[in-house]
Write a protein that binds this ligand. Sequence first.
Ligand code: MF3
Ligand code: CO
Ligand code: CO
Length: 258
Amino acid sequence: MPVIIKNAEEIAKMRVAGRLAAEALDYIGQFVKPGVTTNELDKLIYNYHVEVQGGYPAPLGYGNPPFPKSCCTSVNHVICHGIPDDKPLKNGDIINIDVTIIKDGFHGDSSRMYAVGTISPQAQRLINITHDSMMAGIAAVKPGATLGDIGYACQQVAENAGYSVVQEFCGHGVGRGFHEEPQVLHYGRKHTGLKLEPGMIFTIEPMINQGKRHLRILEDGWTVVTKDRKLSAQWEHEVLVTEQGHEILTVSPLTGRP
Ligand code: MF3
Ligand code: CO
Ligand code: CO
């Protein structure tokens, strides 16, 4: 399957889906506190996507085994694809909430890190550097640049800070499909890989580990954890390649910032 170049009509729908994903992440922030369970957050996300936004949560029933919930909640040493459950969050936890809404046939996929109560300076630094890594990758996006340029930029920021980049999971093309081509690695070499063209839309979603990059997948078939049980963080945006450079489709309507 080739990379799908989106036309103006498709881009307009992706802008809507992206905004809704960002709005859902803005909405959920107020509920992330010590004592809340990730199942409670999941129900809030389901209801918001369906009742308020008139869309549907793409994670629900996705893949094999079917993902059982409406969003991913990845706490502390969980790298990604954490399954919401009945365990309450506790003061000092860090959590990634990854939402994907399907609206009018198109996917809005974005994730952010949230602090539960007061977190350690080390955890806050990991969150900040991971955001810097994502933004460095986004800054590399323009026509004529390559996927390798994006990966290189993400990797430089993470490794210069003493962290490691997860290699087994990556960003992806997104549109009518949840996961389209191309694969967007968060490590790589400059001037290598696919050349970017206007109308491409893909996610950049680096997973950055405090310790080593190695991971393990739990028996549930989804939950990805660090082998060394150290912290991991992730942020995710959808990015459109424009004639001028790029446009982030999942900017927070609340703060106006990525
Ligand atoms: N939202 C994730 C991504 O960024 C994919 C989650 S798949 C699920 O690509 F089934 F776990 F939801
Ligand atoms: Co994604
Ligand atoms: Co996602």
